[in-house]
Structures are given as C-alpha cells and as structure tokens.
Design a protein. Structure first.
Lengths: 243, 256
C-alpha cells in the first residue's frame, strides 16, 4: 500500500537540487541515557531546532519498495549541531522508512506506532517536543551534550536503532534541514500532503460517523486510492458490526 | 539512580504574604545553577509571575480552553496525539529565568465540566514536573485546588500565615483538611510565619498550634515596598532577614 510515492520522489529531487552532505549512522551510537529527564532549559541549551518562533517541519514517509531507502543514510542540508552552538534554527526532519505488511487494515495503527518512536528516545541532553498534527518538531540540545559530541549522526543513529526495533521496518533514512527558514518552508510545501493524508486517516478511523460531504479532507479520500480502500474497509467492517 | 523531584506547595489565607514568600523561595532556588526548578503559579490572579517580574505568554487554562474549543469544533484526535500536543503547548507556555521555569495555571473561563481535559492536563503537568529537581507550587488558599488543578502528592506542604488569629486559624483548618480529607498527599507539613514583629509573637503562636514552625520572616518595609511598586523579588537584597530565613528553611528541609 503506497501512499507517498510522489512525495518520496519530490524529496529525492529536493535533496539532489540542494547542497547537501551525507553522514552515516554509527552501528553503536552509545549515548548515555537522560534517565527519563528530558527537559533542557534555555540556560543550559547549546542549540535549539524548530522552536515555535521558527519554521519547523517533521514527517514520516514510508514505502514498501525497499530499493528506495538506503539504511543508515543521513542527509544534512545546513550546519550540523556542533557548528550551530548558541543558535536557534529553523528545522526540517523527514524520516524515510522501508516497511512491509502495510494494508488497509494495519496502516493507521502502524503509523501511530512509528509516530511514537521519536518520543522513546532517551538521550542525555536532548529534548524533544513535537506535534504530529502541526507537523512540527521542536528540540533542544544541551551545552554538555554538544561538548561530548552530540551531532546529527549520533541523533540519527539512535533514532534508526529505535525504528529498527519494529519488525515491519527494514531500513531507515533521514533528511535533516537546518540551512534556512526558506529551505524548511520548501520542505513544508513538499510534505504538506503527508499531514493531510494522516489527518484524513485519523478522522476517518477515529470518528464514529464522519460527515464526508462536510469534511475538510474530502479531497484526500477522493483522490488517494489507498485511502479509498481504507474507507471501504472501514465501511464494510461497520456494516458487518452493526448487522 | 534516577534523580528525585522534591515538591513544595505553599498555601494559606489570602493576604498573608504567601506569594512574596514563594517568590523569595524561587529567588533562593534560582541561585543553585545545578538544579532545575519548576515554579507553578496556581493562583488565578497569577501573583507569583507578577512578584517575580516574569511576564507570562499563556496559562494552562488558555491551553485548556483552546483544546475545549477544538473538541467542540470536532477536531478531536486520539489520546496519545492529544497528550503530545498538550505537552508541546505546555512547554511553550513556560517562561524561563536561569534555571527556573515558570508555569501559570490561570483562571478557568469555559463553562461546563471538562474533567477529561483537566485530567489530561494534570497528567502532563505531573510528567513535566518529573524532569525538575524542585517543583514549587504557589497555591490558592486551600489544598483542594492544588489537588484539583495541579497535583495530588507533594513532599512539603507549607502553610503561610501572618501573626493574626485569622491567618493562624486558616492554617490550622488547612492542616486538618489535608489530614482528614486527604485532599493532598504530603510527606511533611510546616508553617512559615510572615510579618512577625518580635519573637514573643512566634512563641505565643507556637503554644496555640500543633504545626511545626519552620521559620519566621520579620515585618519588613522593604517587602512592602517591593509589593507596592511591583518590583521583582528576584532583586530582593540577599542580606535582608527574609532572604536569610528562607535560605535557612530550604537548608533545614534538605530540599537541595
């Protein structure tokens, strides 16, 4: 079940058209745990990414075509964390996942599981606040963490390890953007449909009796074949349940 | 071993100087750069924010009311996503000063019962608080509001009173409510006396109440001047008797 074929192609084009650099995930990031304390106050902060005052975009894109995702590849557009000390930057993050077993029945639940992975990271000196429905991610990295070498390869590696704990995820690739508000804005435009697709799924599967004629995601359900299949599957199940 | 969060809640009759004492405790804790402090202003009039001279961007009740509006508009989502959104909004509502983060609860404006929203917010405040070394709650007069709107368990319950019989009686009443109704769970309870003219006043009160007196602050024209002119208690002189008393209380309670 492919939802984001075009978006994935557009992201690859975006990467090719920019002056990006490649980093590699480390096999064993070995970063100490924050022991459940994940607040970084501005007093101890070295770098802030995607704060509510800055541009920010974050999304997950998955495909069942494993050839399209290079496991452990980290693409960075803009300065790395150690090069940004003392700054608050706009931030873009796209996680590209090669997955299997996604169908009308399981896609939404698997999405929710994948979405919660970023919150399970417990890295000392790293704080995340994120809202999936806004497609925003706000993070802070402490001075101590930067001094000890926290960078996008450490971050990406730790995140990759968490995603790969799911047996239906086979490869993870990352795009991080810190270069400018404009570059993050461009990425926002490319990934806008991801947020709308997720919101449409959320509305379709969480509301008991959504009024499709009035729904703001009507166009998504009409245009995306996979969403149509999910809707059909939902309707069949409801008919079956209610006799 | 995981670090432990110490929670202090201050309550007492209105007008006894509770917020000034809270602000002096925050000032004392703000000196300890190795600690993270969360100060929660649970007074609907956001008095602690004013006493510290720290402007607030939004209150927990602003967040609550926005969420209620979006639910009414049918923009509901699953619980996990709602919790993450509230967590984001709550962190954005914090005002930071050095090692201190200030959160204002504010005044509820929406009519009707939204117990689920209140409960979610309380869960989020509880989760946020676990990230701090010390949490100070400047409460309303009673302990029920602390329970209802902030959290159910505190380590140190501090009653603030002036030397008036009314102030001391309210402190006694709060003590009994806390004990009998179990309105809030606490590990230790004590009283701080404010606006004391001489030590004999303290001795007299000590005879009449069964609450441990943690310390007393002298009647001080400077506190009054800070209050009157809206000056930040973060600028209160360190050598003043009130500051010394507060520092001593914190040391005695082994909060740090």
């Amino acid at each position: 079940m492919e939802l984001f074929t075009e978006t994935l192609a557009n992201i690859k084009k975006y990467i090719e058209g920019k002056n990006c650099r490649s980093l590699s995930a480390k096999p064993d990031p070995d970063w100490p745990s924050g022991k459940g304390r994940n607040v970084v106050l501005s007093d101890e902060m070295a770098v802030e990414l995607g704060s509510p005052q800055m541009n920010s975009v974050s999304c997950l894109i998955w495909t069942q075509n494993t050839d399209l995702i290079q496991d452990g590849k980290i693409t960075l557009l803009g300065p790395d964390i150690p090069e940004s000390t003392g700054k608050s930057l706009s931030f873009g993050k796209v996680v590209l996942l090669a997955v299997s077993g996604f169908d009308e029945e399981s896609t939404y639940d698997k999405y929710k599981e994948m979405e919660s992975v970023r919150y399970s990271l417990d890295l000392k000196g790293y704080m995340i606040r994120a809202v999936s429905q806004y497609q925003r991610e706000w993070s802070r990295i402490s001075k101590e963490a930067v001094q000890k070498g926290f960078s996008f390869d450490v971050f990406g590696s730790a995140l990759q390890r968490e995603y790969l704990k799911k047996d239906y995820i086979h490869a993870v690739e990352f795009l991080f953007v810190t270069s400018s508000a404009e570059d993050v804005g461009e990425l926002q435009d490319i990934t806008k449909n991801v947020g709308r697709t997720i919101s449409a799924m959320n509305k379709m599967l969480s509301e008991i009796d959504p009024d499709c004629d009035e729904c703001e995601y009507n166009d998504v359900c009409d245009e995306v074949d996979e969403i149509k299949k999910m809707k059909k599957n939902r309707d069949e199940k409801r008919t079956h349940t209610h006799g | 071993m995981d670090k432990k969060t110490r929670t202090i809640a201050l309550c007492g009759k209105g007008g006894v100087g509770k917020t000034s004492v809270s602000a002096l405790i925050v000032k004392s804790l703000a000196k300890r750069k190795d600690l993270k402090v969360l100060a929660i202003d649970a007074d609907p009039a956001v008095g602690l924010c004013t006493a510290l001279g720290i402007p607030i961007k939004k209150t927990v009740d602003d967040i609550r009311n926005d969420l209620i509006k979006s639910i009414k508009k049918g923009e509901g989502q699953d619980k996990a996503a709602t919790l993450k959104m509230l967590d984001y909004e709550l962190f954005d509502a914090l005002t930071e000063y050095n090692n201190v983060a200030l959160l204002a609860i504010g005044r509820p404006e929406s009519e009707g019962c939204f117990c689920k929203v209140n409960s979610l917010l309380k869960d989020i405040i509880h989760d946020l608080a676990k990230n701090f070394d010390v949490v100070l709650i400047d409460g309303e007069a009673g302990v029920e509001q602390i329970n209802r709107r902030v959290m159910k368990t505190v380590d140190h319950l501090m009653m603030i009173s002036d030397t008036s019989a009314k102030g001391v009686n309210v402190a006694n009443t709060i003590k009994h409510l806390a004990q009998d109704n179990q309105a809030v769970n606490y590990k230790s309870m004590g009283m701080i006396l404010n606006r004391v003219r001489n030590e004999s006043e303290v001795q007299n009160i000590r005879k009449n109440v069964s609450i441990n007196i943690l310390g007393w602050l002298p009647e001080d024209d400077l506190i009054r001047e800070f209050d009157f002119n809206g000056r930040s208690f973060l600028d209160f002189p360190e050598e003043a008797g009130a500051c010394k008393t507060v520092n001593q209380i914190i040391q005695d309670l082994q909060i740090l």
